[in-house]
Design a protein around this ligand. Structure first.
Ligand code: FAD
Length: 371
């Protein structure tokens, strides 16, 4: 009868492997901060709904690996200091991540996220410093961070226009990526190492109900996606030894919030040393370390953070370059059918992949689970 035929048709859609019904399965392509956060958020939401679906993370690089060109996440500073001014999705993603970081900082010390203020100075006037959301004329995160505290003009360095202190978080990326990886394994998420040339081949290799594309800059070349609005923004940093007196605050100075000429000091101390940066060079694909720039970064950071002492006294542990996955028009968090297969894109985070990670993960999972 008709009822039976409908029932069999529904059952038939689950009979993918031989004649054994299989559980729903999701594949997450990419194991940077975006891919791992997305995988964990997906598992969390599925368990909350009582659904025992499988999740498989497929990637060329996993936490512990290093690649300046293909794996941005290990090279970030990293902190939460929003660049969003869209009065929309980007601000919401960052706000969600801020709240999650607060829970990690207060309750999960092994995640490597710590509360720390940031002292930020801007060389352009407030209206032109890229911190104000045009739609509201306000700095959107003022209340979220517990109130921005203006720095008195007498304490603002020569050449800077204004400054404020904000309550924020510093992330020891080595510890955090390892923690995300461990949490994923504990949640039963499967990991497979593979370099995928064409996302449509992945559909054949691992059958799944939906695929998350969290490949960062990789989506520039990944066939089936090849997003040419992606471009690299090269960053150069160094890790230095923790000074005798560990720093109690992060420092930032730049003409505008997002600028090629940007200086920052992110203490991951006491265990993690201090990250000194930086620069933002758009459309630079090269991963070479520029030694003159490194000297300039030392000089700028010591001028900003007196605790560091003199440039010649800094003990450098390593220099590094990373390519941020920037994208014209901003990050892509979007559902698309590729050859009829649902793909949820979550890539193109630029210089904000940590601070927007839980927000974009939540958004991407919403897009996957809405039926
Ligand atoms: P990635 O970390 O690059 O991961 C991409 C993943 O996809 C990898 O696992 C890779 O192997 C995999 N992959 C790609 N293509 C393929 C393929 N074809 N087949 C298989 N696997 C593939 N952000 C902040 O929020 N705060 C900061 O303070 C901050 N500071 C930064 C400082 C510097 C110097 C730099 C360079 C970046 C900084 N960022 C910061 C930005 C942040 O690091 C990135 O936004 C983030 O790491 C992007 O993560 P992702 O997971 O999208 O990409």
């Amino acid at each position: 009868n008709t009822m039976e035929r409908v029932g069999l048709a529904q059952l038939g859609s689950q009979l993918k492997i031989g004649d054994q019904a299989r559980r729903r399965r999701y594949v997450i392509l990419g194991a940077g901060v975006v891919g791992l956060s997305t995988a964990l958020e997906l598992k969390r939401r599925l368990s909350a709904a009582g659904e025992a679906a499988e999740a498989v993370v497929v990637a060329k690089h996993f936490p512990g690996d290093r690649s300046a060109r293909d794996y941005c996440s290990p090279w970030a500073g990293a902190n939460w200091f929003s660049v969003a001014t869209d009065s929309g999705d980007q601000e919401r993603w960052d706000a969600e991540t801020y709240r999650r970081f607060a829970r990690l900082a207060d309750g999960v010390p092994e995640a490597g996220v710590r509360r720390m203020d940031i002292r930020a100075f801007f060389d352009r006037p407030r209206e032109d410093a890229g911190v104000v959301s045009p739609a509201t004329g306000r700095i959107w995160y003022d209340e979220l961070v517990g109130g921005l505290r203006p720095i008195p003009p007498g304490e603002v360095p020569d050449g800077a226009e204004f400054g404020f202190v904000a309550g924020s978080f510093v992330i020891n990326t080595q510890a955090y990526l390892a923690w995300l990886n461990t949490e994923a394994l504990k949640a039963g998420i499967e990991m497979r190492r593979a370099s995928i040339d064409d996302i449509r081949i992945l559909f054949k290799d691992i059958e799944a109900d939906a695929y998350f594309n969290c490949t960062g800059l990789g989506s520039y070349h990944l066939k089936g996606v090849e997003d040419k609005s992606l471009y690299p923004t090269k960053g150069q940093v160094m890790l230095v030894e923790t000074p005798k007196t560990p720093l109690k605050t992060m420092y930032f100075r730049s003409p505008r919030r997002v600028d090629s000429d940007t200086t920052y000091v992110f203490p991951r101390n006491p265990s993690g040393g201090v990250i000194l940066g930086g620069c933002r060079f758009d459309n630079e694909w090269s991963d070479t370390i520029n030694p003159e720039l490194a000297e300039d970064i030392k000089r700028r950071c010591c001028a900003l953070a007196p605790e560091l002492g003199k440039p010649e006294d800094l003990k450098v542990i390593y220099h590094a370059v990373g390519l941020r996955p920037s994208r014209k028009g901003g990050p892509r968090v979007e559902r698309e059918l590729i050859d009829g297969t649902p793909v949820i894109h979550n890539y193109g985070a630029g210089g904000a992949g940590y601070q927007s990670s839980w927000g974009t993960a939540q958004h991407a999972v919403d897009l996957a689970l809405q039926r």
